[in-house]
Write a protein that binds this ligand. Structure first.
Ligand code: ADP
Ligand code: ZN
Ligand code: MG
Length: 493
C-alpha cells in the first residue's frame, strides 16, 4: 500500500458507517419487545436466540422506517430488496451470522446536506441497509481489552438497525460531528429514532491520511488514491461529541506516525472514551472473510409500491425556511425553533393560539433558555406543554407581568413542578390594576409627609421608602419600576 511522504502537506479522509436503531415496538425478525428491560435475557425467543429450526419473519415497521429514511436522504430505493447472511463468530451473535443486506440494499446513492460553521456541506451516502442488532456485551472489571470476564445480554439482539454508509467525503472531525447531529435531527423528524435511548446511534469511522496534493479544489480525491490509502476503522463511537474527539485523536496519531516515517497499519481500533485514545484491536476483516450468502429463510421483498405509499413529514431544512417566511423569524430563532420536531410543533401551536412574536420569545428564548440552564430538554417537559401554554396565555391576556411570568412562574414550574395558576395564586402575582396602583401611590404620599419632604430635600432613600409603602399596599403585585415612575410624576407635579 502507498505510504504518504512525511515532508508533504497531509489531508485527512473520513468515511462513516453509522448504525441507527430504528424505533419499532418489536424486533426485526421476531415478536419480542424492543423496550428497555432491567432483567438481561428476558426479551428473547428461539428466533433472536438463534435456536435451531427457528425462522425469521420480517417486521413491516422496520422496512417502512428504512423507506422513510431513504426518501429523506434522496436515495434510490430499488424495486426489490433482499437479505444476506453475514457470517462471523462473536459471542453477542448467537447464530454465528447476522441477517443483513449485501447486493440489494434498501437505499442507495443518497446524500445529506448539513451546516458546519455556517457553511453548507453535502456528503454522499453510498447505501443504507437493514440488519439485526447483535446482543450486548458487558465487560466486567475493565474495558473490552482489560476486563476480567464478559457477560452477554440478548435483549438487544434483533433490534432493527439501519446501517448508513457514507462516501469518504469528510475532511475533518468537526464535519463528522455536524453531519451526525443533522442525521439525528432528520431521523427524529421522521419519527423513526430515539436519540435519548442508550446506544441508539453507533458509529464506526474509517480514517486515512493522504498527500494534500491529491485533494482537488472542491475537496475531491480520486478513487485510486482513496483505495491505496492505508486506513483504520475506529469502533465504539456513540455520540457526535465522541466522534469529534475520537477522530481528532486518530487523525493526529496517523499524522504523527507518518511524520516519524512509520507505516499506518490497516486495522480496527477501539475508541476508549475514558482514556481518550484509540487502541489497536485486530487486523481489519475483509469482505471475503464474511462469506456472504443469500438468506434463504426470507424471500426477496418487493418495495416498489411502498415507496409510493409511504409519506414523510416536512424535514428540518424546509421547515426552517418556512418558519422564516411565514413567521418572519431571524436565522437564530428559526434554527432554535426547528432544532427538534417537538419544539417546532409546540412553537406552531403557541403561535396559532396567540401570536408568532410572543410564541417565538416564549419558546425560543424563555423556555429553551431556562431548560438549557437546567441541562434539560423539551423531552423532559413534554407532558407539561399545556401548562407552559397556559403560562403564555396568562401573559397574553395581561394577567401577570412578563417579568413575573419568566422569572418566577416559569422557574418555579421547572424547579418545583408547580402549575402556573398555583404559582400565580400562591405568590400573589395577579397584576393589580392601574387604578389600584395609582390609588396606593396617592395614599403613600398623603400618609407620609416626612418622606415627601425628605424627597424634596434630595434624599433618594425617601423615594425607596415610598416605593416600599406602595408595594406593601398592593401585596407585591405592582411593578416596582412603574411605581417608582408614578411616584416621581406625582411628587414633581
Ligand atoms: P470496505 O471494503 O472496508 O467495506 P468500503 O469501500 O465499503 O470499504 O467503505 C467502507 C467505509 O470506508 C465507507 O464509509 C467509506 O466511506 C470509507 N472509506 C473508503 N475509503 C476510505 C479512505 N481512503 N479513508 C477513509 N475512509 C474510507
Ligand atoms: Zn425474539
Ligand atoms: Mg463495505
Amino acid at each position: 500500500m502507498a505510504q504518504v511522504q512525511a515532508d508533504r502537506d497531509l489531508a485527512v479522509v473520513i468515511g462513516l458507517e453509522v448504525h441507527v436503531q430504528l424505533e419499532t415496538d418489536t424486533k426485526i425478525f421476531c415478536g419480542c419487545s424492543t423496550g428497555a428491560s432491567e432483567e438481561p435475557n428476558t426479551n428473547t425467543c428461539p428466533v433472536c436466540l438463534g435456536l435451531p429450526g427457528a425462522l425469521p419473519v420480517l417486521n413491516e415497521g422496520a422496512v417502512e422506517a428504512a423507506v422513510k429514511v431513504g426518501k429523506a436522504i434522496d436515495a434510490s430505493i430499488p424495486e426489490r430488496t433482499r437479505f444476506h447472511r453475514k457470517n462471523y463468530y462473536y459471542p453477542d451473535l448467537p447464530k454465528n451470522f447476522q441477517i443483513s443486506q449485501y447486493d440489494a440494499p434498501i437505499c442507495q446513492d443518497g446524500e445529506l446536506e448539513f451546516a458546519v460553521e455556517g457553511e453548507r456541506r453535502t456528503v454522499g451516502i453510498e447505501r443504507a441497509h437493514l440488519e439485526e442488532d447483535p446482543g450486548s456485551l458487558k465487560h466486567k472489571g475493565g474495558s473490552i481489552d482489560t476486563a476480567e470476564y464478559t457477560l452477554v445480554d440478548y435483549n438487544r439482539a434483533g433490534t432493527p438497525l439501519l446501517e448508513v454508509v457514507t462516501e469518504p467525503d469528510f475532511r475533518d472531525a468537526g464535519e463528522v460531528r455536524s453531519f451526525l447531529a443533522k442525521l439525528e435531527e432528520v431521523l427524529e423528524y421522521l419519527g423513526v429514532f430515539d436519540a435519548e435511548r442508550d446506544g441508539s446511534l453507533r458509529v464506526d469511522a474509517n480514517l486515512s491520511v493522504v498527500d494534500g496534493e491529491e485533494v482537488g479544489p472542491d475537496g475531491e480525491i480520486d478513487d485510486a488514491t482513496l483505495e491505496a490509502a492505508n486506513r483504520t476503522e475506529v469502533k465504539n463511537i456513540s455520540s457526535h461529541k465522541a466522534a469529534e474527539k475520537a477522530l481528532s485523536y486518530e487523525a493526529q496519531r496517523q499524522k504523527n506516525a507518518i511524520e516519524r516515517g512509520r507505516a499506518v497499519e490497516q486495522e480496527t481500533r477501539h475508541w476508549d472514551e475514558s482514556r481518550g485514545i484509540t487502541v489497536s484491536m485486530r487486523s481489519k476483516e475483509e469482505e471475503k472473510d464474511y462469506r456472504y450468502f443469500r438468506e434463504a429463510d426470507l424471500p426477496p421483498l418487493e418495495v416498489a409500491d411502498w415507496k409510493e405509499r409511504i409519506e414523510i413529514p416536512e424535514l428540518p431544512d424546509a421547515r426552517r425556511e418556512r418558519f422564516r417566511e411565514e413567521y418572519g423569524l431571524g436565522e437564530e430563532a428559526a434554527d432554535k425553533l426547528t432544532s427538534t420536531k417537538q419544539v417546532a410543533d409546540f412553537f406552531e401551536d403557541v403561535a396559532a393560539a396567540f401570536d408568532a412574536d410572543l410564541a417565538a420569545t416564549w419558546v425560543a428564548d424563555n423556555l429553551l433558555g431556562e431548560l438549557n440552564y437546567r441541562d434539560m430538554a423539551v423531552t423532559d417537559v413534554d407532558d407539561r406543554l399545556d401548562e407552559i401554554q397556559r403560562l403564555v396565555e396568562l401573559v397574553a391576556t395581561d394577567e401577570i407581568t412578563a417579568k413575573n411570568a419568566r422569572e418566577t412562574v416559569l422557574r418555579s414550574m421547572l424547579d418545583d413542578g408547580r402549575h402556573p395558576d398555583t404559582v400565580v395564586e400562591e405568590e400573589g402575582l395577579g397584576k393589580t390594576s392601574g387604578d389600584e396602583v395609582q390609588a396606593a401611590v396617592e395614599a403613600a404620599i398623603e400618609d407620609n409627609p416626612d418622606a415627601v419632604a425628605d424627597y424634596h430635600d434630595g434624599e433618594e432613600g425617601a423615594l425607596n421608602f415610598l416605593v416600599g409603602q406602595v408595594m406593601q399596599a398592593t401585596g407585591g403585585s405592582a411593578d416596582p419600576g412603574d411605581v417608582n415612575q408614578l411616584l416621581r410624576e406625582e411628587l414633581e407635579s
